[in-house]
Design a binder for this molecule. Structure first.
Ligand code: ADP
Ligand code: MG
Ligand code: ZN
Length: 441
């Protein structure tokens, strides 16, 4: 049973103001209905302003990064539907701005720009139009995604590209996906409005299982739209999709067609960057993937690698740096670059231990002191190399641990290393300890 998946991805574009008015887009921080005006709440007689050019520029960058052919002009249409989140009674949505792109082996059918609707709360019956009119990009794929893993890979790469381009918003809820899944020869199910890329994976896994089960049980089912329950990780029926919804698309007489400026500068994208860095610095695929997981991190790596051992540097990035950033759930910060450079240099010249390197890095992230000042203040400079005598003494004084180690107990080895580290106040080189212990026992 072959699975067929196609995605419609909506992402809010990063702009100061809305698509057709000057209202601010910071709706997460604003009071209810604070960011509204007569245009985005469709007062009678109001007319849209000239289209937000920044939004179009951002959208062109995305289309270009997805290898789309870019069209000559942007044409706005009205897509009619009636719901309280849409005061105009229609949503302004453009004809495709880019077509026929590709990503992760999937054809991008088209990319277009549209307005976000407001928010209608069914429980209170109230609406908040702060979101109404925020520019969105919609990316539509052909049904060429093979399974939920493939969808995950596609979305992760898309997310990375968007982060590199710095043209879309990243707050929770700023991306929404409609995921379509069918089993070949059977009706298609659309799961609407999934709020996160992670949710897409869960919803697809669930739908694939559910549909296959229905087929195996010979239970007939029709094409329908379903709702994703984020908490339960399941989908529920919303409405049957028997007829094509009649949106009565028509050109918007208030918005003239506008020529698209096709010349756009996009940075080196994640995939070519990974491939180039892998070669240039003789990195493993995993190293290159980790280092390019953020553009700023990759930039920092290249800056330092100019005068440092790239292999060792990669180890530092993939090891303690990534670990400490992940632990805090934060992104790379440019202020860390000179500090990491200092750490890398001193590690390389064997002036600090890995343990000290980590302590220094933690201070660089959390504290205010420079790596050098902190290392001096905490007396972390210097590696104890003359530890042969100390190791012999430790072996003599801990016969039980030595016996256990000989029997193959990993814990006993760590115990011995710990003793030596303590004696040298963490300044002994772990590799030297290991080597000497192995030789002497
Ligand atoms: P509609 O007009 O009903 O919205 P589209 O042809 O515009 O349908 O496709 C919408 C989305 O559904 C696209 O992302 C497309 O890839 C996907 N899709 C189309 N057919 C299938 C199918 N048989 N199985 C899964 N996804 C599909
Ligand atoms: Mg469609
Ligand atoms: Zn407005």
């Amino acid at each position: 049973m072959k699975t067929i998946i196609g995605l419609e991805i909506h992402v809010q574009l990063r702009t100061e103001s809305k698509l057709f008015c000057n209202c601010k887009t910071n709706y997460l921080k604003a009071q209810t209905n604070e960011n509204t005006c007569v245009v985005c709440t469709a007062h009678p007689g109001s007319k849209p302003y000239f289209i937000n050019e920044k939004a179009i520029k951002n959208a062109v960058k995305i289309a270009a990064a997805l290898n789309c052919e870019i069209n000559e002009e942007i044409i706005m249409q009205r897509k009619h539907y009636f719901y309280p989140d849409l005061p105009n009674g229609f949503q302004r949505t453009s004809k495709p701005l880019g077509v026929n792109g590709t990503l992760e082996g999937v054809t991008i059918r088209e990319v277009h720009v549209e307005e976000d609707p407001g928010r209608y709360d069914l429980k209170t019956g109230k609406t908040d139009y702060n979101r109404c009119g925020i520019p969105l990009i919609e990316i539509v794929t052909e049904p060429e995604i093979k399974d939920s893993e493939h969808a995950k890979k596609f979305l992760e790469e898309l997310q990375l590209i968007l982060a590199y381009l710095e043209v879309s918003r990243e707050e929770p809820g700023s991306s929404r996906v409609d995921a379509n899944l069918s089993i070949e020869g059977h009706p298609r199910i659309e799961v609407k409005n999934i709020n996160s890329f992670k949710g897409v994976y869960t919803a697809l896994e669930y739908e694939e299982r559910r549909q296959k089960k229905l087929i195996q049980e010979n239970t007939p089912y029709g094409q329908e739209t379903r709702h994703f329950d984020e908490e339960k990780g399941t989908t529920t029926s919303m409405r049957k999709k028997e007829t094509l919804e009649d949106y009565r698309y028509s050109p918007d007489p208030d918005v003239p067609p506008i020529a698209i400026e096709k010349n756009t500068e996009i940075p080196e994208l994640p995939k070519p960057k990974r491939e180039r860095m892998e070669k240039q610095y003789a990195l493993t695929k995993e190293d290159a993937e980790t280092i390019t997981s953020e553009k700023k991190m990759a930039d920092a790596f290249e800056k330092i690698a100019g005068h440092s051992n790239a292999k060792e540097l990669a180890k530092l990035f993939k090891g303690i740096l990534k670990k400490q950033l992940n632990y805090r759930g934060i992104k790379y910060q440019e202020k860390l670059t000179p500090e990491i450079e200092w750490i890398a240099k001193n590690l390389e010249q064997n002036k600090i231990t890995e343990k000290s390197a980590e302590a220094i890095l933690i201070e660089a992230i959390d504290g205010g002191k420079s790596a050098e000042n902190y290392a001096k203040e905490q007396n972390l400079l210097g590696v104890e190399t003359n530890i042969q005598g100390l190791i012999e003494k430790t072996i003599k004084e801990n016969p039980k641990a030595v016996e256990d180690y000989k029997k193959g107990e990993e814990k006993a080895l760590n115990y011995l290393i710990g003793k030596i580290m303590k004696e040298t106040k963490g300044k002994a080189d772990k590799k030297t300890i290991l080597k000497t212990l192995e030789e002497k026992i």
